[in-house]
Design a binder for this molecule. Structure first.
Ligand code: AMP
Length: 506
């Protein structure tokens, strides 16, 4: 039996000597080197006891080795479980006790801080250095560069990606080999990727956008990537420029913040973008204003698409047709999408707002160890209820008008209010709190907390910040905290977050 995703990737390698990844200073890794490095890591994982079906967690900074270990997991038939590098040991502890991975791979510098969390969950820590050294690196270096890939079928799990839950409890989205393979193949086709493409990769690799949308696309078109450690507008401009000793970018995938930051750069001109074929945006709403400003300055209409961890990509603006600002385009080939009545799931007429529901080979296999939660998010006819609210216009363009789940997206990262509220509410002197997203020019939305204090309680903004620092990743810390006597509530007793957004959003 074959290994579905890995065989597909291997079958699409154009020329083994072709560049797979290049750094901005021209250091290259070829497809041949990528295949042998991932085989070495697969051998190393197996020698550490990893068997098909085992989860392998990883909390590691972005590097080519991150991708080799992802591919090594696929080869070994393991389930890759990448974790946001911003997560605190307290947060990582939850993922380890829930997913029970065979081991967690982490940066050398991180190992000590994870010791307690890993010990409690009885998960072994395996270190990996940036560049060289570390337990896993050393083991891979002495392992053979060939590996007989484990047999994996379409429905076998390739990855679990945790998405925060509205209840504060994170859910592990189970993604199969075919979920990833089918979606990447669709996107290669829809966005016309070819082996000549050079993707400027500035996204984090622990998230579906940087890992699957970006990397799997390049792997399945046999193209190359300029791999930046993190987003930097000047470095993106540099990657678009011509230099004899390295590749020149043709495609950028970004979150909306990339585009607002690029617009702040005087170097963003039509000339600077003349070699670019495509700019793609997703993970959060792109303001129509940003779309227009970018069109004027760069001469490119950003192509906006819509997806989520659980479903991979669902819709995209067209490659050839009109890319309409403020819309996320059409359902991708093979994806059925409807805007439905939230109560009944019945499709609504065009123009009406309802909940977006999707079905297709892209849709995940369910939440890890949460069969009831999974069942409650699918309709009897197999459609997944995304929780996003939207409309479809007469021409078939999908528009997202809100998020039923109250999600805050700040700088392209998701923040679920409930998680932060739970932390704040547990502090002495706090009666209750409501966390909302407020419009922010730079981050799209900024996290803000509205807090009710007990009478005469001494707790202030600084004390809340101090308390959250060791509990939550930095991107979740409220940028603003307001104190009030009472939270506004409707007749059903629900906090009216829309009122808070209006009061504090101005
Ligand atoms: P994630 O699982 O982190 O990819 O987040 C998925 C959520 O991001 C979706 O459910 C949407 O709420 C939001 N999202 C993704 N792409 C877009 C987009 N183009 N416009 C508006 N919201 C988006």
């Amino acid at each position: 039996m074959s290994n579905h995703l890995l065989d597909l990737i291997a079958s699409r390698v154009p020329d083994p000597e072709k560049i797979f990844i290049q750094s901005l200073d021209g250091e290259s890794i070829t497809y041949r080197q990528m295949l042998s490095a991932s085989a070495r890591y697969a051998n190393a994982l197996v020698s550490l006891g990893v068997e098909p079906g085992d989860r392998v967690a990883m909390q590691m900074e972005k590097s080519p080795a991150f991708l080799f270990i992802y591919l090594a997991c696929l080869r070994a038939g393991a389930v890759f479980l990448p974790l946001n590098t911003a997560y605190t040991p307290h947060e990582v502890g939850y993922f380890l006790s829930d997913a029970k991975p065979k081991l967690i791979v982490c940066d050398i510098e991180r190992a000590d801080s994870l010791r307690d969390a890993a010990g409690e969950a009885e998960v072994r820590i395996v270190t990996h250095g940036q560049g060289q050294a570390g337990e896993l690196y050393d083991l891979a270096a002495i392992s053979p560069p060939d590996f007989a890939n484990a047999a994996r079928g379409d429905d076998d799990l390739a990855a679990i990606l945790y998405t925060s839950g509205t209840t504060g409890r994170s859910k592990g989205a189970m993604l199969s080999h075919d979920n990833l393979a089918s979606n990447a193949l669709t996107l290669v086709d829809y966005w016309r990727f070819t082996p000549d493409d050079v993707l400027i990769h500035a996204l984090p690799v622990y998230h579906t956008h940087g890992l699957f949308v970006a990397t799997n696309n390049i792997l399945l078109c046999g193209g190359s990537m300029i791999f930046l450690p993190k987003f930097s507008a000047p470095q993106i401009l540099e990657a678009m420029s011509e230099r004899p000793d390295r590749l020149r970018g043709t495609v950028l995938m970004g979150v909306p913040t990339f585009y607002t930051r690029l617009l702040d750069e005087p170097g963003l001109t039509r000339e600077a973008c003349s070699h670019m074929r495509l700019f793609i945006s997703g993970s959060a709403p792109l303001l129509a204003e940003t779309h227009r400003a970018f069109s004027n300055r760069a001469g490119h209409a950003i192509l906006e698409r819509y997806g989520m961890t659980e479903t991979n990509m669902n819709t995209s603006n067209p490659y050839d047709g009109e890319r309409i600002a403020g819309t996320v385009g059409f359902p991708l080939p093979g994806v059925s999408l409807r805007v439905a009545d939230p109560q009944t799931g019945a499709a609504l007429p065009s123009g009406e707002i309802g909940v977006i529901e999707v079905k297709g080979p892209n849709v995940f296999k369910g939440y890890w160890l949460m069969p009831e939660k999974t069942a409650s998010e699918f309709r009897p006819d197999g459609f997944f209820i995304t929780g996003d609210l939207g409309t479809i216009d007469d021409r078939g363009y999908v528009r997202i008008v809100g998020r039923g789940k109250d999600l805050i997206i700040t700088g392209g990262l998701n923040v679920y209010p409930k998680e932060i509220e739970t932390e704040i509410d547990s502090l002495p002197g706090v009666v209750e709190s409501a966390v909302i997203g407020l419009p922010d020019h730079d981050f799209g939305e900024a996290v803000a907390a509205v807090v009710v204090r007990a009478k005469a309680a001494p707790i202030d903004e600084a004390a809340i910040h101090d308390a959250l620092q060791s509990r939550l990743a930095k991107f979740k810390w409220p940028k603003k905290i307001f104190f009030v006597d009472d939270l506004p509530r409707n007749t059903m007793g629900k906090v009216q977050k829309n009122v808070l957004r209006t009061t504090y959003g101005g």
